[in-house]
Design a protein around this ligand. Sequence first.
Ligand code: PLP
Length: 399
Amino acid sequence: MQTPENVQHKLRELAADGKTLNCYIYDTSEMCNKIKLLTDIMPAGVEVFYAMKANPHAAFLAAALKADARGIEIASLGEAEKAVAAGFDASRLIYTGPGKSPEELSWAVENGIRTVHIESLTEAYRLNAIAAAAGKTQDILLRINADFDIHEAQTTFSGGSKKFGVDEEKLADVLPQILALDSLNFRGLHVYAASGVLCVNDLLKNCQLVFGMAKQIEADFDGVICDTIDFGGGFGVDYLETSHDFDPQAYADGLQHLIEEYGYQGRTFFLELGRYLAADSGWFCTEILDIKDSRGKKQVICAGGINHFRRPAALAINHPLALVRLQREKLFDSQEEIRNESVYFGGPLCTGADKLANDVYVEAADVGDIAVFGLAGAYGLTMSNMEFLSHERPQEIVI
Ligand SMILES: *Cc1c(COP(=O)(O)O)cnc(C)c1O
């Protein structure tokens, strides 16, 4: 990875202050480009939502608004409030997630959000009672735990026993009950197979299976139309720098083909993308406080660890890494340095689990340099153990 010029420039400016450097730097121009590109190339009827759990920072919501994303996919009341504060009308919010509280559902109904994605029969009855009491009808999608999974993916949301949605084989029992609830308006299906998928054909296979499911439902239930189909997220990011980026044009072409094959022109399709939009708009930048040799292996200790950037440890992968060299003076002559070797990066926490990168090749690094972890714009700070060991919260700097 190369650290972009503007990020390097900002880091050198911050380093001149003399304060220990430990921050996220955000530049959301790439996120805007991606949203605009997808909006341009996707088939008619496809609407792009930003799945804000990837990064709820105001800069990312502002980028989604500026680039004219159709709306925001939320999964809590807190997210709803942030999205509205950022300028999204509640009618541009779609609401997913297992375990929505009565308070959260009431907010959704009162504020007229676009769709609530029903994850269980209990939730359907609960939402129906809330909507009835408010004298309103709420549009819903039914989330289905499909009976297939995408094997390549690291995290699957569908297939096997899952806490998401209603098992596909229970539809015959569950759907009539949902259709009978007067204050809910069934609009269609939500099937989110897996996240972090780089292979376009795997995701298209999912689209095809979901279309097949919709067709079956329409055949089995008189008068039912799935006019909205939500494919979830899933566009992957090349964290391991294999040069095999997700190809959105191939996806768009494949989806167009399927829409024609199934005669689904005129229907609405949701994409709720998190990491694909946000990942390359953020860098976690942390100062090297110490370098030690321990039994023949170099251990690099940074100012921030899993308390600020948990994702590499949580998923056991190395994010792209680059160094910003600051040529600081050594404290003593034999102070350790890194020169063309594979080393370990960790943070300051008093636990062996505090790892940032394992066995990663580094050309040169010294104490006082800045380690820059790329693709950190998604699932960075808010997915981390921020309170653990009570270190200062890293700044989030927007450039
Ligand atoms: C997390 C999540 C997303 C976003 O997933 P990405 O892999 O970041 O694109 C989309 N939809 C739902 C329901 C989610 O839970």
